[in-house]
Every structure is written in C-alpha cells, then in structure tokens.
Design a protein around this ligand. Structure first.
Ligand code: IPM
Ligand code: MN
Length: 359
C-alpha cells in the first residue's frame, strides 16, 4: 500500500510557479518507485492575490497548513508591491504562525558546479547553517518617534528569548550529532559588541555543549565567519546563529556553492505535529518570469530536503543523485539563461535520472 502524503504548495510570485512546477514534476516521478501517494493542495497566496483582493495570509489558510505533512514554497516578492508588505505579511507570518523556528540551509558544492572560490573543491564546501527563524531582529519590535521630522528616532530591537535560543541550539547540536562529517558545531555571533544578545547565546551554547561530549564546539564572530567562509570553508561542519546573521551568511553560502540556482532551505518546526516549509532561497527573480530560463534545481533540492524531513530517505537520495548527475552531464552553467537548456527540459532530465537512480 502506498503512503499518503499531503503537501501544500505556494508557488507565489515571479518565477516561483515555474520552479515549483519542476520540483513537483520530480516529486511525481519519484512517487511511483518510492510508493508514495502525494496529494498536492495548491494555494495562490502571493503578490497577485494581494493586489487583487488585499489579502495576505488569511487565518483559515494558516489553520489548513497546520494539518499538512509539509509545504513547498516558490517565492514571495512582487515588483508592484512595496518591499516589506509581502515579506512580513506572508513569509515571516508563516514562519511565526507555524512556529518554524529553524531555518536549515545546507551549503554544498557538487562536482561540475562553479564556485567563485579559487581552488575549492566539493570536499571543501559541505556545511549546514542552522539559522534561528522566529526571533532576533525579525520580530518587528520597535517603532518610530517623531517620524518624518528632523528629530526622528527609529528603533528596531533584537529579541532573544531563553526558550528561543535554547531550542535552536538544541536542534543544532542534535543535527551535528546525526550529520556524518566532522562533528563540529560553530556558534556564529558578535559577543564583542552585542554583549546582551550573544551573551545569552554563548551561555546557552557552552552549557549545552557539556551534554554533547562527542561534538567539538567553536565560536566565530559573524564578520570573521564571512571571511572564513571564503578563505577556509572546509573548517565548517554546522554553524548555528541568529536570524539576521543567518540571513546574511546564507546568501554568502549560496554563492560559494554555485549560486541561487542551486540553494535550497527548510523552514522547520521540529516539534511533533509541526508543519515545515521548504523553498528555493533565491527569491522571485521577476525579470526572468515566463521565459523558461530560470534554474529549477534549487526548487528540486527543496523537494529533496522535504522528503528527507518526511523520512523518505530513498526518494531523497535518488533526487540528490539525479541533481549531481545532471550537473555533471547536462548543465552548462547554473545561472538563469546560461544552463544550455530550458527550465522544463532540466526538470525532465532530473525527473528521469531520479527514477533511474532510485535504489
Ligand atoms: C530569506 C529571505 C527573507 C529573509 C526575506 C524575503 C524576508 O531573504 O528567506 O532569506 O530575510 O528571511
Ligand atoms: Mn535571505
């Protein structure tokens, strides 16, 4: 009997729908061999719906998401909507409402991929960033005084709760323990300036390290982390950090693994019954919309992460191998318009490889 999995899709804006389509193509192809009965429920939330109806993320939809096994997001961001409205009203709201307190972003260089880092090979670039996803500067805490005057004051506060920091660091230790690399966890912070927020992070980190004798721990300031990610990415296994720093260093991570065309992430609620959401992290890239030139690999890699999280390891492995195979044999470049083939054609190739490579 096949296993039933219900997935909510939010194709969203710009090129989001095109890449989600390819992700679902691969998911559909692998569902046969993997014995999965996938039920897709599609949601049209995003910039277009907002412009038409004024609606961002209705509560009834949030309640439906809570019942899903997982979610797949394309991208949120529309050129006709003022920055901040969709991001806060949809993406951040989803992360907060579904308590997806981990943003998991693997940084992996595959063979045949182009990294801008001189002399670095796949063996050197293979780490994961565990980004806190519901607190810090993203909470929306703060405000204006005397807005629009010369005396204006703008305050934006970073909120760090003991509970939020602890559950994030706990996840990172557990993840490092399971991961088959150096068993090393690096806290990325700024203890020399942010002496309240990262004091809390450092205390929780050091205390918890006592429970994980098999894991080496390390600390790096965020600025130094950026430097090491470029100079010695092989030093990292798992990095844990706060929301804002995680946002910044994962874009750097994406570019050293070959670019946004391949970078995927998961917004994870690890608690029992929690719903997690997987996404290509590259954004909506509106200028490429509808041209069949955007790279769908990040969305396909998001499907791979989703299957891993759903404990469908064989299906996830087959997709990973298929991506690697396509990178080696078929793709000229990861950047939009230079792949040597179209979005749909690349989706077809990966879907075929995934079925062939399923074990
Ligand atoms: C990301 C994005 C979002 C973030 C934006 C779109 C709000 O950059 O997922 O990294 O800052 O978290
Ligand atoms: Mn970002």
């Amino acid at each position: 009997m096949s296993k039933k999995i219900q997935i909510a899709t939010i194709p969203g804006d710009g090129t989001g729908p095109e890449v989600v389509k390819e992700g679902l193509k691969v998911l559909d192809a692998i569902s046969g061999p993997a014995g999965l009965n996938i039920d897709i429920v599609n949601y049209d939330i995003g910039g277009d719906r907002f412009l038409k109806t004024g609606e961002l993320l209705p509560q009834t939809i949030i309640d439906e998401f809570k019942q899903m096994d997982a979610m797949l997001l394309g991208a949120i961001g529309h050129p006709d909507v003022k920055p901040g409205i969709l991001e806060k009203g949809i993406l951040l709201n989803l992360r907060f409402e579904l308590d997806q307190y981990i943003n998991l972003r693997p940084v992996v260089l595959y063979d045949g991929d182009d990294t801008p880092l001189k002399d670095k090979k796949p063996v050197d670039i293979d780490f994961v960033v565990v980004r806190e996803n519901t607190e810090g500067l993203y909470c929306g805490s703060g405000g204006f005084l005397k807005k629009g005057t010369r005396d204006e004051v703008a305050v934006q506060e970073s909120i760090n709760t003991h509970k939020g920091v602890e559950r994030c660091i706990r996840f990172a230790f557990e993840y490092t323990k399971k991961r088959n690399r150096d068993k090393k966890l690096t806290l990325c912070g700024k203890t020399n300036v942010l002496t309240y927020a990262f004091d809390l992070w450092e205390r929780v980190f050091n205390e918890m390290s006592g429970e994980y004798s098999g894991i080496k721990t390390d600390y790096a300031h965020v600025d130094a982390t950026c430097m090491w990610m470029v100079k010695n990415p092989e030093w990292f296994d798992v990095i844990v950090t706060d929301n804002m720093f995680g946002d910044i260093i994962t874009d750097l991570g994406a570019i050293i693994q070959g670019g946004m065309g391949i970078a995927a992430g998961g917004n994870i609620n690890p608690d029992p019954g929690g719903t997690s959401m997987f996404e290509p992290i590259g954004g909506s890239a509106p200028k490429y919309t509808g041209q069949n030139i955007i790279n769908p690999l990040a969305a396909i890699a998001a499907v791979q992460m989703m299957l891993e999280y759903l404990k469908e390891e064989k299906a996830a492995k087959a997709i990973e191998k298929a991506i690697k195979q396509a990178l080696k044999n078929d793709i000229k470049s990861l950047s939009a318009g230079n792949m040597g083939m179209g979005t749909k054609e690349l989706g077809d190739i990966v879907a075929r490889y995934a079925v062939d490579l399923f074990e």
